[in-house]
Design a protein around this ligand. Sequence first.
Ligand code: ADP
Length: 512
Amino acid sequence: MRNYAIGIDIGTTSTKVVLFDEKGAAVAHHSKNYPLLSEEPGAAEQKPDEIYEAVNESLRETVRKSGDLAERIGFISFSTAMHSLIAVDSDGTPLTNSITWADIRSEPYVAAYKSDYGDEAVELYKRTGVPQHPMTPLFKLQWLKNDCPDIFQKAARFVGIKDYILFRWFGEWKTDHASAAATSLWNMHTKTWDEEALKLADVTPEKLPTLQPSTYYWEQLSDVLTKKSGLDSSVKVVIGATDGPLSNLGVGAISPGDVAVTIGTSGAIRTTSATPILDTDGRTFCYPLTENHWVSGGPVNNGGIAFQWIHDILQKDSDSAVHEKLSRDAEQIQPGAEGLVFLPYLTGERAPLWDAQAKASFIGLTLRHDHNHMVRAVLEGTILNLFSVYSLIKGQVADMEVKIFATGGFTNSPLWKQIVADIFQTKVSIPEHTESSCLGAVLLGRFAIGETKTLEEAPVETKQYEEITPNPDHKTIYEELFQLYQSLSETMQSQYKALHEFQNKHKKESGK
Ligand code: ADP
């Protein structure tokens, strides 16, 4: 019986391919890294053909490692990083690299749009569900048109990295609704390309891939793919969706009220709902997973990077400043770090501020505070920041029990996990499996081809969790601390521009 399936996740640092059995257990995998290129300030690009080869190699190797199990593979399904843009000519040959989400060269176009368009900018957000930011292809297209006009004119189409891989395999330009939504050119109400957004980007629908729901699939492999993968041609290929929404599915955060918290280097918080949830001021995203599953939330720049920063500073004084010790020592400090508050905006901030010039700060330092207070305040500050993003959508989440599912490097710290449970005052479940986006792709695939009736039907192996219970004694102090955090964050916002200018000016003068 063909009840095994492969999930492919085209990420920013690597492509991961995982073979799952019918119970959701990972039985074989392979991944391949590729570099992020930055040949000019603000650029963050990747070579499309390098990624195409990485996908082929990872798939072929996973199939090879599967041995006899390869005969039991029923389908392949996809996850991809969001917001990539590639200009291609009429043969499908790339005219640009893949311009990734991390590329910020379109920043001046975002700033100009926000100041020129006022209310219309809010209307655009309400139709597309994407905060206005240089990560989105809408603004990348404006940048390309003005800064690389020859390429813009010559381009036959503008596509994402997953669309490009699928074109190389099937010779068709197709994209799924979730990837389309991440461009800020897709209208979530009509589920078509948004006319006004297309005008702003100066493209027509013919210049974009055709739209498909995330459950669309090819009945069998193309000749190219049969040869590249080593699979037999009867395997189906599900178009799939994007990594954030699929990670929610992979960790089991798929019912209304479920919240997924990821803290790696950066972080994100995402909740699932049956209908779109939008913020009145356009500070959160809302992407589709299927017609009846929408994933809303926000990406934050400052997750594990903040802990890494303080770790590296303290490491200079002491050889033993490893993450585990720092986190254990900070447990001796009581919640609230005796009034030391850390605003974690070390690398500017996306949600909830959407201010690239924001700066981090310790506020409330006294002679009582030492490095352990500072570590605790850093860990608390990153979670308070995520909680402030969550508070933008909380009011619209159905009035039911909230469950948190947490993933990422931060789950190595018992204290940090407890802080999440305590600030949210809810149980935190940490899945024992990794590669949640690959697993999400496979679970979506099973639903797409009709193996499961609902997305909520998760196989047994995917339901193993470590559970952290909130400490009710910490509820009040964290409620108070959150009020203080919000008020301090708001107060500081008016200072970032001046601070930024001062830092830039003096950085140049000192030559650093
Ligand atoms: P990435 O997003 O780069 O894949 P990871 O999910 O691996 O990141 O998370 C990296 C972050 O995890 C680091 O920046 C650090 O803050 C945190 N981290 C790593 N090891 C530990 C540890 N032992 N205890 C607590 N936090 C850790």
